[in-house]
Design a protein around this ligand. Structure first.
Ligand code: AMP
Length: 435
């Protein structure tokens, strides 16, 4: 059984420790990670998403083009790598732009115009680390690219995200949804927002003053105390959406109603990435101890493929933060997912038996029966104790006498009954016992 290690004296000098905001995933944490990953795989399979993996390093220009030159991610948060060949690469800060790049680069739309893809992997953002916010973190994402521009897909991405949260037994799920319009209505709204904020610029924070010119929608995203009163009275985008965008939003909501997915409309929800159009959404978890920000977020990105040089192609997607999911599960009192114990534990007595055990283990593995050992231990008592701790069903005991006879002892660890069986019938007998 892998146990949380007892805190030992520092062994690594500070200068060699994990960089600020990065973390190891240690063996005792892995059951949580496996649970999230396997559940995501199950959900993805159910809703017909195929897995895709893109490199951790991409051309930095990809994110400047897709996410937006003026976004925080590109301006402040990218880890840039200068290669010896003078390329400027970036550790990916998010997964959608790389997936869209791969869609275009490999003409994925040719084989099937509608691509439903999912991914999991590490992302990197140079942010100020705090609870639930790291510089190295992991995301699971669902993307639907191509096909018709159908609000059904917005609902499907939201549904897959919601179902993943539910399958992980996460409670108090709170979905916020908004539309940030399109090329027709957004510029008009942006100008109205600027006109509204203009007389108040001196009272706003530095970030808002910058956003006022570079990215006015993000004025609505400000968390600074002194900007809140202005935010509250800002013009409402819902009233300004063009007919196509308001019909799109209405239809997405109708699909969610049909699916009994509850949501709250939030007219101030905007997202930090430029490529979104129309639907944007975020999932929060309410309750004590889970105040980590959104656990998932996403939206429609109908201009993204075009921004990368392709034909106008609709797209919609969302990503969940794995670290935050695990923190929420723990805070909500979920118990650590149980490890599946190995079925058979090999015990050796003496040097010769130790050597022989190596091949016996291989034979059992080949028969697809899970097996483990403590070959570094010599005492029979210590090995039996470990077999018990492992939770194995059977112990296979091999000593000098058994080697001489060409046999092995099979001991049922539940009732301590044991029998001696010829080695050439070992697998058959193990199977019988395991039944
Ligand atoms: P985003 O790509 O910003 O829409 O983020 C999607 C999800 O990834 C968020 O809802 C978080 O769960 C997670 N996430 C984003 N940034 C971080 C971070 N710095 N540290 C941990 N999780 C993050």
């Amino acid at each position: 059984m892998v146990k949380k290690p007892i805190k030992e004296k520092k062994t690594v000098p500070d200068a060699l420790k994990t960089p600020k905001g990065m973390h190891d995933v240690l063996p005792y944490e892995f059951p949580w990670w496996l649970k999230v990953s396997r559940t995501a795989e199950k959900i993805a399979e159910f809703y017909g998403f195929l897995k895709i993996e893109t490199p951790v390093l991409e051309q930095a220009g990809l994110f400047a083009r897709a996410v937006g030159e003026d976004t925080d991610i590109v301006q402040k948060e990218m880890f840039i790598v200068k290669t010896k060949g003078d390329d400027t690469l970036a550790l990916r800060p998010e997964g959608t732009a790389p997936v869209a790049r791969a869609f275009l680069e490999h003409s994925l739309g040719k084989s099937a115009p509608l691509q439903k893809l999912w991914y999991e992997g590490p992302m990197f953002r140079y942010e100020n680390p705090q609870a639930g916010r790291y510089r190295g973190f992991h995301q699971i994402g669902f993307e639907i690219i191509g096909g018709p521009n159908d609000p059904m897909y917005d609902a499907q991405v939201i549904l897959a995200t919601q179902r993943l949260l539910e399958e992980l037994k996460i409670k108090n799920i709170n979905l916020k949804i908004n539309s940030i319009g399109c090329r027709v209505c957004r510029p008009i709204y942006k100008r109205q927002l600027q006109a509204y904020y203009k007389p108040h610029l001196k009272q706003l924070c530095g970030d808002c003053n910058r956003r006022y010119t570079t990215n006015p929608l993000r004025l609505l995203d400000c968390k600074n105390e002194k900007c809140q009163p202005f935010k509250e009275k800002a013009p409402n985008f819902f009233d300004k959406l063009c007919l196509t965008c308001s019909t799109h939003l209405k239809t997405v909501l109708e699909y969610l109603d049909e699916l009994s997915v509850s949501y709250a409309l939030d007219n101030q929800l905007v997202r930090g990435l430029d490529y979104y159009s129309r639907t944007v959404f975020e999932f929060y978890i309410d309750g004590e101890g889970v105040n980590l920000g959104a656990v998932a977020g996403g939206g429609r990105y109908d201009y993204l493929i075009e921004l990368l040089g392709g034909r106008p192609t609709p797209g919609v997607g969302g990503a969940l933060g794995v670290e935050r999911l695990i923190e929420v599960m723990k805070a909500q009192g979920e118990v650590a997912p149980a490890r599946i114990p190995k079925k058979v534990f090999i015990i050796h007595v003496g040097e010769q038996a130790k050597k022989k055990s190596l091949n016996i283990i291989e034979e059992i593995r080949k028969a697809n029966i899970s097996v483990t050992e403590a070959l570094s231990r010599e005492s029979l008592k210590a090995q039996l104790k470990m077999a018990d701790r492992e939770g194995a069903a059977l112990a296979l005991i091999l000593g000098q006498k058994e080697i001489f006879e060409g046999s092995i002892i099979i001991r049922d660890l539940k009732n301590s009954l044991q029998e001696n069986v010829p080695l050439d019938r070992m697998i058959e007998e193990i199977r019988k016992h395991l039944k």
